[in-house]
Write a protein that binds this ligand. Structure first.
Ligand code: FEO
Length: 394
């Protein structure tokens, strides 16, 4: 399938409708896409990104449909194999093609894809590459998603090929964003799972992009944004320091004590007009949990004690939350134990990446009793008071 973005600029990527897991980690309820773009100038032809190696045949079918017999430049914006994995096959099929990218991307391509170093042309931030009547400009954007990531701007058509930035794991027959609320949710999931750890880097890159006149954003996953403001404004919210008046409660309960405590706590939070989102960790899609972490003010982890520490499901969720580095302001723990252990200390020690203030946990011995419920009320009161000190986003 080939689709035209503008004169002599075509989408030649692949839709992966039924992929359900990425990196053997990230759920893909909506599948994904690997967007590759072919740009034909009056003198040279360039391919921006390729596709996952599983889909190389589709890329070649698309190039054949356009009767492409020669490619001058292959431009990986990023080395992760969902975009670069077909480069070796492309270089074999087009033996004169050169790989145009930055030094870090070159090194990673050599490491990961075993590409011959002589095939590369190295470029630097701000440099341009003429295709004749079309000019590509390279914008270094480290850490969206890897250290070598860059963006490519097509000056004449004002198209920004933004790589993972502004993308979404979404297989759709729509080339462009049409259903904005649906794409918003998919893009937010993508941001939560992939981009959130790099929030501060993205803040800087968005400032840089203000210097470019962008008519269209063509990411490497999901639909193309013909209204760049839609996705840029969404990112502005997500990367801001503002949080929502929300409490996220990832929890697991073995014999019902934690469940009762979580239930009481949720009621108290709701009573105070604060949005609460519980996630039973034995059932939840971790992507849903990640989305909620994007802008919630507070996280309260609920777990029983297994042997001497937290339940492994709570350990997994805590590890992920720490790795994703959300802008959470406050954290606490609700839990129970039978005879001892260091569950709260273990959870707290796993959240070192978060710049949170820890609120006094509530830990019951066995079944929760009156004093435990009073403590849960105290925790809800603490959270309400803390949230009142914040600039809250709507
Ligand atoms: Fe879509 Fe970081 O690769």
């Amino acid at each position: 399938m080939v689709r035209k973005l503008s004169p002599n600029v075509h989408w030649v990527g692949s839709l992966h409708w039924d992929r359900r897991l990425f990196d053997e980690l990230i759920p893909l309820p909506d599948g994904t896409t690997y967007n590759a773009y072919l740009i034909q100038g009056t003198e040279k032809t360039a391919l921006i990104d390729t596709v996952d190696p599983d889909k190389t045949t589709e890329l070649f079918d698309n190039l054949s449909a356009l009767e492409i017999t020669h490619i001058d430049y292959v431009i990986p914006n990023h080395t992760e194999q969902d975009h670069s994995g077909s480069i070796p096959a492309v270089l074999e099929r087009f033996p004169d093609a050169r790989v145009v990218t930055n030094a870090k991307c070159k090194a990673l391509c050599i490491d990961h894809l075993l590409i011959d170093p002589s095939r590369f042309i190295e470029i630097k931030d701000g440099e341009t590459l003429s295709l004749g009547d079309k000019t590509l400009q390279f914008i270094m954007a480290p850490w969206v998603h890897w250290p070598e990531t860059m963006l490519t701007y097509l000056q004449e058509d004002k198209i920004l090929f933004s790589c993972d930035l502004f993308g979404s794991h979404l297989a759709t027959s729509d080339l462009y964003t049409t259903d904005e609320s649906y794409v918003y949710e998919c893009a937010k999931r993508y941001y939560a799972e992939i981009m959130m750890p790099f929030r501060k880097n993205i803040q800087k890159h968005l400032q840089t992009l203000k210097n470019f006149d962008i008519a269209m954003i063509a990411p490497s996953h999901g639909p193309v944004h013909k209204k760049p403001a839609f996705i840029v404004d969404a990112y502005d919210d997500w990367i801001s320091d503002r949080v929502k008046n929300e409490v996220i409660v990832p929890y697991v309960s073995m014999h019902g004590s934690v469940e009762k405590m979580v239930s009481y706590f949720i009621d108290a939070i709701v009573e105070y007009g604060i949005t609460v989102k519980p996630f039973n960790l034995t059932r939840t899609d971790i992507g849903e949990l990640a989305i909620s972490l994007v802008d919630a003010a507070t996280v309260v982890i609920g777990t029983p004690t297994v042997l001497v520490g937290p339940h492994p499901a709570a350990v997994y969720a805590t590890y992920l939350a720490n790795a994703l580095r959300p802008k959470t302001r406050f954290a606490s723990i609700i839990g129970s134990y039978g005879w001892g252990g260091k569950m709260p200390e273990t959870i707290q020690s796993m959240l070192t990446n978060l710049k949170v203030e820890f609120l006094q946990p509530v830990i019951a011995k066995g079944h929760p009793k009156d004093n435990d419920y009073q403590e849960l009320r105290r925790l809800a009161d603490d959270i309400r008071a803390k949230h009142q000190t914040l600039t809250i986003m709507k």
